[in-house]
Design a binder for this molecule. Structure first.
Ligand code: DOR
Ligand code: ZN
Length: 339
C-alpha cells in the first residue's frame, strides 16, 4: 500500500475559539499537527501577554502535546511596554486586523498609516516581531485584498527588517507583491487553493463556503494552487480553520469562516498526490514555516505521521458539550488517504 510520512506539520493560521468550542475543535488539529499559530480574535481579544499566556494554558490543558504559537491582537491600547512583556514571554507574532474587516475585528486598527501605529510598528520591528496581517480594504468584496496591496508595499518598504505575512492569500495579484519584497511572506489555506466563488454561490448558496477573504475566481485558485504545489519558499500552510456554530452560519448576516481543521492533512495529501507534487508537501506543511517563522526544531518533541492510501470519510458534524453543531468543510466527503 502506498504511504507518505510527514514530519512536524504546523498550521500557521488557526482559529480555536474559547470554552466549549475550543474543547471540541482543538483535538482535530492536535490529532495531526504538531502545533499552530493561534489567532487572537476571541470575543475578548487576546491583546496582552497575560491574555495570551492564559489562553495558551487553556489550550495546553486540553491537548498537552500541541504547541500553540500565540499571537497578540493589535488594538488601540497596545504600547511599547506591552510589546516588551509579550516578547519576554516568548510571543513572536502580532496580528493586525483592519477594524471591521472580519469576525471579531471591531477592536482592530482604524488607520494603519496614522503616526501612532507607524511608531508602534517600528518598535515591533526593533523587537523582532513578525507582523501577520488580514489584508483587506473595505471596498468591493472581490477587490478587497487587491486594494490592500499598496499598504503591504508601503510597510514592506518602510520596515525592511520587519517580517510581514500576507495571511490567507486569495487573489493572484498578491503573488507579484510577495515576490517583489524580501520581507513579505504568505500563508495559503486549503479552501483558497481548491475552491472558487462558484463553490459558495454557483448552484445554491452554501454558507459553509463563506469566508473572508471571499473565495475568488478560477484563475486565482489555479495560480495560488500552483504556489502551494511548488512549495514556494516564502509561503507556509495556514488553514484559517474558523469554526462557527450552525446557527451562526445560517442566520442573516452569516458568520464568515470555514471549519477545515478535521481532515486537513488527508485532504492536502490527496490534492498533492492528484497533482503529482507529493514530494513538495513536507515543505508546504512544515519546513517553510520553520524557516520563515524562525522556529527551532529543538523546541519541540518531534511528531512523525504515516498516512496510507486507504479511504476515510470526513465527519458529518461536530457537536459541542452544550449541544451546538459545527459543520466541517466537505462534511461526509470520502478521501483517498488516511492516518
Ligand atoms: O473567514 C474568516 N473567518 N476569516 C477571518 O479572517 C476570520 C475568521 C473567523 O474568525 O471566523
Ligand atoms: Zn483567520
Amino acid at each position: 500500500m502506498q504511504t507518505i510520512t510527514l514530519k512536524n506539520p504546523f498550521d500557521m493560521h488557526l482559529h480555536l475559539r474559547e470554552d466549549v468550542i475550543l474543547e471540541s475543535v482543538l483535538p482535530f488539529s492536535a490529532r495531526t499537527f504538531l502545533g499552530g499559530v493561534v489567532m487572537p480574535n476571541l470575543k475578548n481579544p487576546v491583546s496582552t501577554a497575560e491574555d495570551a499566556i492564559q489562553y495558551k494554558n487553556q489550550i495546553q490543558n486540553i491537548c498537552p502535546d500541541f504547541y500553540p504559537l500565540m499571537t497578540i491582537y493589535i488594538t488601540p491600547t497596545l504600547d511599547e511596554n506591552k510589546l516588551k512583556k509579550a516578547k519576554d514571554l516568548g510571543i513572536k507574532i502580532l496580528k493586525l486586523y483592519p477594524k471591521g474587516a472580519t469576525t471579531n475585528s471591531n477592536n482592530g486598527v482604524d488607520d494603519i498609516l496614522d503616526s501612532k501605529m507607524l511608531k508602534l510598528l517600528e518598535i515591533a520591528q526593533d523587537m523582532d516581531f513578525i507582523l501577520s496581517i488580514h489584508g483587506e480594504s473595505n471596498g468591493f468584496s472581490l477587490d478587497r485584498e487587491y486594494e490592500f496591496l499598496s499598504i503591504f508595499e508601503f510597510l514592506a518598504k518602510k520596515y525592511k527588517k520587519l517580517k510581514i505575512v500576507l495571511e490567507h492569500m486569495s487573489d493572484h495579484r498578491s503573488i507579484k507583491v510577495l515576490e517583489d519584497y524580501e520581507n513579505l511572506f504568505g500563508t495559503l489555506t486549503l479552501h483558497h487553493i481548491t475552491l472558487d466563488l462558484d463553490s459558495l454561490l454557483g448552484k445554491g448558496l452554501s454558507p459553509h463556503y463563506f469566508c473572508k477573504p471571499i473565495l475568488k475566481t478560477p484563475k486565482d485558485r489555479e495560480k495560488l494552487l500552483e504556489l502551494a504545489l511548488n512549495a514556494h519558499p516564502k509561503i507556509s500552510f495556514g488553514s484559517d480553520s474558523a469554526p462557527h456554530t450552525l446557527e451562526n452560519k445560517l442566520k442573516d448576516n452569516a458568520a464568515a469562516g470555514i471549519f477545515s481543521a478535521p481532515y486537513l492533512l488527508e485532504s492536502l495529501i490527496e490534492l498533492f498526490d492528484k497533482n503529482h507534487a507529493l514530494e513538495n508537501l513536507q515543505k508546504f506543511i512544515s519546513d517553510n514555516a520553520f524557516k520563515n517563522y524562525a522556529l527551532d526544531s529543538k523546541d519541540f518533541v518531534e511528531k512523525t505521521l504515516t498516512f496510507y492510501k486507504k479511504p476515510c470519510q470526513i465527519v458529518e458534524k461536530v457537536t459541542t458539550k452544550d449541544g451546538q453543531t459545527i459543520i466541517p468543510m466537505h462534511a461526509n466527503k470520502m478521501l483517498s488517504w488516511s492516518l
